[in-house]
Design a protein around this ligand. Structure first.
Ligand code: ADP
Ligand code: MG
Length: 690
């Protein structure tokens, strides 16, 4: 078997790996032989110099090479704690290694055997002691892989020991390394001073020095980032080659009139972003732009001005919102402004009767309607446009790319502007939305006030009630958000129905409303309109009010069991207040049971900046979770880290764009192309041909 072994063979064909070990390896993500080459050590042990026990630093982590003198197992007087203690020596001094409740350790550690221990070294009762160390029994002193080197420690799983893993990786390295081809162009290695792939692979497993390791890691991280950027650049290039959008007129008369009549002047960020959009839509390359701007930064105006450019040019525009309530809200506002200018707007949601709907569809198809507003379902349905020139997707915080694919599959190639109020760290935006251009509204219109944010515990509920009463008496309105609708969904959480009953009772003199996703669409509108119209003091709701709802008179947001919401969701919810002239407050009610939960609440209390919050979110949750791209696997890097490798990512992006503009189809780099298609062809839906 071994003779026919290839890098692409399943690992079970490696000598000594049967189905059982293959299954264990698969848990580490190792399925093929070459996966072993990319099994990245989780740490290293420097066994080049033996640290004498005497000079290990108490309080620090250390690798200690020592011989076992004796092992003793005993049961603590209280409870069922079982303690195994090994007396160890390096020939000069003695120390104790100690484990709690770890069965069978005494059977492994025989007096006389040499062992590498890794753990925190402390001084206890006058002894040097390592508690619960990782350890590895060394095969005599002459084992070449394990001594006198910097030795890799791999991610482990029960049933696979380090020594075995090390030996298998080493065998694969020895057999295959000489034949590994470097897919990167030589010029790129030279330009970025990158190690050749072979050296990097050997260095990630057996670095000769810290510097060697750093260079090896950089090379492997670069590869991952570069491949993704290459894929994104290729996809964008193909799209632009195959699809033409209409050239639109910017600063036409409708747009100018609209901007001139605004009751305020534009922020300089708005001016800049409008300029960026303008130079896109004047070209026949379909715009694909992501507009990031925190809640309240003034995105709506950008959307309207952009749509007017389409109308000025004789085309239609569409605005899509994530919920029906929001679509209606947009419609009411847009119609008020645009209707006066003689522009014909239509709302298309599921709330209409069949004849009403058909009348609208007809208007859209015939071109009688200039601006269509609806939910994201708008483009999935049976809507035919007369001449669609521009689409705005509002509050889309997931993968705008997919939306464009839907448009394309219907034969439409309008300019697309995706707006999000969920700031995305730049590194993540580049990775996931790398084929979108990004605009940022990083400035607020004047007069915005901070929202005072406090974390409150359940025992402070009475005080919170007092506060709410005071606000309501002053004529202000309050949101109270709960994570679930009904109690049965989860224990230990207050449901929205329960809280609604409770608040109605507590505030018998106030008007309390209820909103959640399971209400009928008409009922939702009614509750919402009551709240907008000031007919309700308190609105108890699930997170359906997360996006876009704008009631300037609402000053207080209570988020119950706040730790159950994600960071960006909390930020969005808080963004519902602080929209008017009154001082606003956000109360995070909750008793988080995990450190991460605590961290989220602290982050929110500490900052109002969506970008800071996004950075923390990336740190706490990782990229796949945030962008919902997990299933695409495109940010599942083995080595690269979007927090740490930001500048490497910028380089990789620049290099990828350069290469693709010279050689859009990678004709001259077949092995690079093959690698790209193998790793990302599916995730990025890059077809094999074309
Ligand atoms: P978002 O980015 O959250 O969608 P909006 O577009 O709803 O923000 O704008 C928030 C509020 O700020 C609106 O009431 C809007 O009229 C106002 N606004 C937008 N731009 C400006 C500006 N340049 N100066 C003053 N107010 C502005
Ligand atoms: Mg908005």
């Amino acid at each position: 078997m071994t003779s026919a072994l290839a890098l692409s063979s399943p690992v079970r064909y490696i000598k000594g790996v049967g189905p059982k070990r293959a299954a264990l390896l698969s848990r580490l993500g190792v399925n093929r032989v070459d996966d072993l080459l990319f099994l990245i050590p989780r740490r290293y042990e420097d066994r080049r110099h033996l640290t004498p026990l005497r000079s290990t630093m108490a309080g620090g982590f250390a690798t200690v090479l020592a011989r076992v003198v004796g092992v003793e197992r005993k049961r603590a007087q209280k409870g069922n704690l079982e303690i195994v203690t090994a007396l160890i020596t390096d020939g000069n001094s003695f120390a104790k290694a100690i484990w709690f409740n770890r069965k069978g350790i005494e059977k492994l550690l025989k007096p006389g055997c040499s062992v590498a221990f890794y753990g925190k070294v402390e001084v206890r009762y006058g002894w040097l002691q390592i508690a619960n160390p990782e350890f590895e029994i060394l095969e005599g002193e002459a084992s070449p892989e394990e001594m006198g080197k910097i030795v890799p420690v791999y991610p482990s799983t029960e049933g696979l020991n380090q020594r075995w893993l090390r030996r298998k990786v080493r065998e694969v390295l020895e057999q295959f390394l000489p034949s590994i081809e470097d897919p990167l162009p030589q010029s790129l290695l030279a330009k970025r001073n990158l190690l050749p792939l072979r050296e990097a692979l050997s260095g990630i497993h057996y670095p000769e020095s810290e510097d060697h390791w750093r260079k090896s890691r950089t090379r492997l991280a670069y590869d991952e980032l570069f491949l993704l950027q290459l894929g994104l650049a290729m996809r964008r290039k193909r799209y632009e080659r195959d699809h033409k959008a209409p050239r639109l007129l910017w600063s036409g008369s409708l747009q100018r009139t609209f901007l001139k009549n605004l009751p305020f002047s534009l922020t300089s960020a708005q001016e800049r972003v409008l300029g960026e959009i303008g130079s896109d839509v004047e070209k026949d390359v379909p715009m694909n732009r992501l507009l990031q701007g925190d809640v309240g930064s003034g995105k709506t105006l950008i959307a309207i001005a952009s749509m007017l450019s389409a109308v000025d040019s004789g085309y239609q525009a569409a605005l899509m919102a994530p919920t029906e309530v929001l679509a209606r809200q947009h419609y009411i506002r847009v119609k008020e402004t645009l209707g006066r200018m003689g522009i014909r707007c239509a709302l298309l949601t599921s709330g209409f009767s069949q004849p009403e709907r058909e009348a609208r569809l007809k208007g859209i198809a015939s071109g009688e309607v200039d601006v269509v507003i609806g939910t994201h379902a708008l483009i999935q349905e049976d809507v035919t446009f007369f001449k669609l020139g521009l689409v705005v997707i509002d509050e889309q915080h997931r993968f705008g790319v997919l939306q464009r694919q839907t448009l394309t599959s219907k034969g439409l190639h309008p300019h697309v502007l995706v707006m999000t109020a969920t700031p995305i760290p730049r590194t993540l935006a580049i990775s996931v939305y790398g084929d979108l251009s990004v605009s940022v509204l990083d400035e607020f219109p004047p007069g915005r006030k901070d929202v005072t944010t406090r974390w409150v515990r359940r025992k402070e509920l009475a005080k919170l009630y007092d506060f709410i009463r005071t606000e309501a008496m002053a004529g202000r309105q309050i949101y109270w958000v709960c994570p679930v609708i009904e109690e049965s969904e989860s224990q230990n959480v207050t449901s929205v129905l329960e809280r609604y009953e409770n608040l109605k009772e507590t505030f018998a003199d106030l008007r309390v409303g209820l909103m959640h996703g399971q209400l009928k669409s008409g009922d939702k509108d009614e509750v919402y309109e009551d709240f907008v119209g000031g007919k309700l003091d308190i609105l108890v709701s699930t997170s359906v009010i997360e996006v876009g709802i704008d009631v300037p008179n609402a000053t207080t947001m209570v988020i119950e069991d706040a730790h159950r919401f994600g960071l960006s969701q909390l930020h969005q919810l808080r963004g519902r207040v602080g929209r008017g002239s009154h001082k606003s407050y956000c109360f995070l009610l909750g008793e988080p049971s995990t450190p991460e939960g605590v961290e989220r609440l602290k982050v929110l209390c500490a900052t109002q900046s969506g970008f800071d919050i996004a950075e923390s979110d990336l740190r706490l949750r990782g990229p796949g979770e945030i962008c919902g791209t997990r299933q695409h696997g495109i940010t599942d890097f083995r080595v690269a880290d979007l927090l740490r490798d930001a500048s490497l990512l910028e380089m990789a992006r620049e290099d990828a764009n350069e290469l693709i503009s010279l050689d859009p189809n990678l004709e001259e780099f077949p092995s690079l192309k093959a690698k790209l298609l193998a790793s990302l062809g599916e995730g990025l839906s890059l077809a094999l041909t074309g």
